[in-house]
Design a protein around this ligand. Sequence first.
Ligand code: ADP
Ligand code: 5GP
Length: 194
Amino acid sequence: MCNSGQGSAHAKGLALVVSGPSGVGKSTIVKRLLEDSRCMLSVSATTRARRPDEEDGREYHFLEKGEFERWIQEDRFIEHVELFGNCYGTPREPLNDAVRSGRIYILDIDVHGAIRLREAGLEGLYILIAPPSVEELERRLKGRGTEDRQQLARRISHAKWELDQKEYYDRVVVNDSLDRAAEEIRGIVADRTS
Ligand code: ADP
Ligand code: 5GP
């Protein structure tokens, strides 16, 4: 998708929203896409405490509550939300800068977040990643081993609702094989940026 070197005068930038249920393979696919130097990943801001393996500016921008509120006042978020008592938001400026300079700016976000971005008027390419089947989604979530039984059941039932939200997306890509799904997305992006 991104053969025309970084910053090329002819390269069209794009906000690429990669979305789908938990465990469908979003972050795995995004990692593949990021192998291309024209692609970069949106880093959200949050007020939640930093986990030991996280780095400020890499997983999130970690902000104090007051600072987060100031960013809201200054209209520095495209969208923001309160979840589990913590605030999360998508910063506006790095996205605008990246798209203006011809980069593919990737937002790896759940379906609620993608709908909020649509409603906030963010222009871009919205891709819903779907599993080959709900049973396969369950296998992948189990295989990742990051959820207990109860969380797993909740995520699977939520996934069915998420997979019904196709109307908010430009394309649905089935993550059957990682290579194939990544290639399909590269092709769609190439069509949009050439
Ligand atoms: P998400 O970011 O959507 O929550 P992950 O990228 O963490 O999902 O993927 C969930 C699990 O599924 C991981 O263990 C990952 O290695 C695996 N996975 C991703 N894509 C595929 C695929 N095409 N086939 C089989 N397993 C996959
Ligand atoms: P965690 O605290 O586990 O990193 O993330 C909790 C939830 O916040 C996840 O569902 C994640 O998708 C969501 N999230 C992270 N950043 C943002 C953001 O900028 N906007 C929205 N709407 N949700 C976010």
